[in-house]
Design a protein. Structure first.
Ligand SMILES: *[C@@H]1O[C@H](CO)[C@@H](O)[C@H](O)[C@H]1NC(C)=O
Ligand SMILES: *[C@@H]1O[C@H](CO)[C@@H](O)[C@H](O)[C@H]1NC(C)=O
Ligand SMILES: *[C@@H]1O[C@H](CO)[C@@H](O)[C@H](O)[C@H]1NC(C)=O
Ligand SMILES: *[C@@H]1O[C@H](CO)[C@@H](O)[C@H](O)[C@H]1NC(C)=O
Ligand SMILES: *[C@@H]1O[C@H](CO)[C@@H](O)[C@H](O)[C@H]1NC(C)=O
Length: 461
C-alpha cells in the first residue's frame, strides 16, 4: 500500500535548489485511506495468488535433505489492517502489521541421497508481526527516493501437516518477510528512479517536476516541494523572474492538496511568450457581423479622422502580439492578469500588399475568479482596465480615446462573454486511471492557488 501512496504522488525527477513552485501535501487522512485501500487490495490479491515454488535444504544429524514446496496456494489469510504513520524521525513511514495468520496448502517433495518422498501438505502460519520503516529522500537529480531503514519480522508459530510419506515435525519453512519487504522497496526505488523529469503538457509547453528539496514530514502530513516550472519546448528559455517561497496551510480535512504558485502560472505564460505563440492577425472577417465596426479605412473616420481621406475604401488588418510576457497576480480571491501588447494596423491594397498605418500599445488588465464545481474547474473574468496609446504612426498623429472606448466595448460585449461561457463550462480535474477526485475545492491565497481533494479509488485490480 506504501507503493500505492508513493506512486500516487509520483511527480518527480531532478534538482535545482530553487523554491518549489508546486507543493503537494499528503495528509494523515490520505495516508489512512491509501492504507485501507492497499490492505483490501493485498487481502484480495493473496487469496488469488499462486506462490512460486520454494526449494531449499535442511541439515539433520544424518545429512542434508533437499526439499521442494510446490503449487503453494493461500487457502485463507487474515490480513489485519496495518498501522501506518508518518515518521518525522526517519523522514518516512512506519508500518506495523500484527497478528497476520495464513493457511497454505501445496505439494512437498524431499530428496535424501537416493531416497525420495513426497505428498501434499497443509500449513498454518500464525501470529506474524512485522514492523517496517522506510524513509523518503531525494537524489542529486531530484528524483524521489525510497529506502528501507529497518524491518523486524516475527512468526509465532508454523504448523505443518504433511500427507503421504513420513511425517516431519521440522519447521522446514522459513517465512522470509523482511527480505520480501526489502525487495519490494528496492523495486519501488528503481521505478522511482526511472520516472521522467519533464512532461509535455501540450505542443508548446513542458512541465518540470523534480523535487527541489527533501520531503518534509510532520506527524500529520508529508510535503513534497516540486520545481513546478513550465518551459517552452522550443526555446526552454528561463524566465527573468524567480520562484518565491510560500507556505501551504495545514489541510487535515482533505487527503491531498496541491499548492500552485503565481510563479508556476507565470512560467507558463512566459513559455508561450518565448515561443512567440502570443500573436494573432485580426482581419475584418473575424469581427462579428453584429459589431457596429468593420476593419476598413472608410469606417475609421471617428477614430483616425485623416485615414478615410488618405486611403479610402481599403480593408485593414491588425497584427496583435504580446510585447512582454503576460503576468498573473494571485491574491486572496482573485487571479488577475496583465497583458501588454502591440497592435500594428495595416491597410490592404487591392493588389494584396500591406501598407503600414500605425502601431498602438495596449494594456489589458483582467480580474478573474476560479473555483471547482461538479468536479470541474471553472472561472470567470472581467475587464479591470484597458488602455490604448499611440506608439508610432505612418499617417500622422491622432487621439486614441475613441478607439480605446470602442475596443473596450468590443472586449466587454463580445470578447469576455465568449471567454466566460467557456470558463463556466469548466475543465475536468486531472485524474488518474483508477482514482477519482471527490469533494475538491479550490482556494486562491496570497501568491498561490490551493486545490484540495479527497480521492476515491475505483478498482485497483
Ligand atoms: C519519458 O519521456 C519520454 C520522452 O519524453 C517518453 O518517450 C517516455 O515514454 C516517458 N516515460 C514515462 C515512463 O513516462
Ligand atoms: C467598411 O465598413 C463599414 C461599416 O463599418 C461598411 O458599411 C462598409 O461597407 C465597409 N466598406 C468596405 C469597402 O468594406
Ligand atoms: C500595389 O499597389 C500599390 C499602389 O496601388 C503600389 O504602390 C505597390 O507597389 C503595389 N505592390 C505590388 C507588390 O505590386
Ligand atoms: C483583481 O481583480 C479584481 C476583480 O476585478 C479586483 O477587485 C482587484 O482589485 C484586482 N486586484 C488587483 C491587484 O488589481
Ligand atoms: C487604468 O490604467 C491607467 C494607466 O495604467 C490608469 O491611469 C488608470 O487610472 C486606470 N484606470 C482604472 C479604472 O483603474
Amino acid at each position: 500500500m506504501l507503493q500505492l501512496v508513493i506512486v500516487a504522488l509520483m511527480l518527480l525527477p531532478y534538482t535545482c535548489g530553487q523554491n518549489p513552485a508546486i507543493q503537494v501535501l499528503l495528509t494523515n487522512k490520505g495516508l489512512q485511506y491509501g492504507k485501507h485501500v492497499g490492505a483490501g487490495w493485498i487481502q484480495d490479491m493473496l487469496e488469488h495468488v499462486t506462490l512460486p515454488d520454494i526449494q531449499g535444504n535442511f541439515n539433520t544429524l544424518i545429512g542434508t535433505i533437499q526439499y521442494t514446496l510446490s503449487g503453494l496456494k493461500i487457502t485463507k489469510c487474515d490480513f489485519p489492517e496495518p498501522n501506518v504513520e508518518f515518521s518525522e524521525t526517519f523522514s518516512g513511514f512506519k508500518t506495523t502489521i500484527t497478528g497476520l495468520n495464513a493457511a497454505l496448502s501445496g505439494g512437498w517433495a524431499i530428496k535424501y541421497y537416493t531416497i525420495h518422498g513426497g505428498g501434499s501438505f497443509d500449513m498454518a502460519i500464525l501470529g506474524v508481526d512485522v514492523t517496517s520503516v522506510v524513509s523518503l529522500g531525494r537524489n542529486a537529480d531530484g528524483h524521489l527516493s525510497v529506502n528501507s531503514v529497518s524491518c523486524d519480522g516475527e512468526v509465532q508459530d508454523v504448523n505443518i501437516q504433511l500427507y503421504g510419506g513420513s511425517r516431519y515435525s521440522y519447521c522446514i519453512f522459513f517465512f522470509q518477510i523482511c527480505p520480501a519487504v526489502q525487495k519490494s522497496v528496492e523495486e519501488l526505488e528503481s521505478r522511482l528512479q526511472a520516472m521522467n523529469v519533464s512532461y509535455a503538457v501540450n505542443q508548446v509547453l513542458s512541465l518540470e517536476l523534480p523535487l527541489t528539496r527533501l520531503p518534509v514530514f510532520s506527524p500529520s502530513n508529508l510535503n513534497l516541494g516540486l520545481k513546478g516550472e513550465f518551459y517552452s519546448i522550443q526555446t526552454h528559455a528561463e524566465p527573468p523572474f524567480q520562484s518565491k517561497p510560500f507556505t501551504m496551510p495545514d489541510l487535515p480535512g482533505y487527503m491531498l492538496s496541491a499548492g500552485v504558485s503565481e510563479f508556476s502560472l507565470n512560467s507558463a505564460a512566459y513559455g508561450y511568450f518565448s515561443a512567440k505563440k502570443l500573436q494573432i492577425l485580426i482581419t475584418d472577417s473575424m469581427i462579428p457581423k453584429l459589431f457596429p465596426f468593420h476593419l476598413n479605412t472608410s469606417s475609421m473616420g471617428p477614430y483616425v479622422p485623416q485615414l478615410p481621406k488618405l486611403l479610402p475604401g481599403l480593408l485593414m488588418n491588425l497584427n496583435v502580439y504580446a510585447t512582454e510576457a503576460p503576468m498573473f497576480s494571485v491574491q486572496s480571491g482573485f487571479v488577475n492578469l496583465t497583458v501588454q501588447a502591440a497592435v500594428k494596423a495595416s491597410a490592404i491594397e487591392s493588389n494584396g500588399s500591406n501598407v503600414p498605418l500605425f502601431t498602438l500599445k495596449a494594456v489589458v488588465m483582467l480580474g478573474g475568479k476560479m473555483w471547482i464545481a461538479d468536479g470541474r474547474m471553472k472561472g470567470s473574468v472581467m475587464l479591470n482596465n484597458f488602455t490604448l496609446t499611440l506608439a508610432s504612426t505612418e499617417v500622422g498623429p491622432f487621439k486614441t480615446d475613441n478607439l480605446e472606448k470602442m475596443c473596450k466595448n468590443g472586449i466587454e460585449l463580445f470578447g469576455l462573454p465568449q471567454v466566460n461561457k467557456k470558463l463556466a463550462e469548466g475543465m475536468m480535474l486531472p485524474r488518474m486511471k483508477h482514482v477519482t477526485p471527490v469533494n475538491s475545492v479550490l482556494t486562491v491565497e496570497e501568491g498561490f492557488i490551493t486545490i484540495s481533494s479527497d480521492a476515491q479509488v475505483l478498482d485497483v485490480l
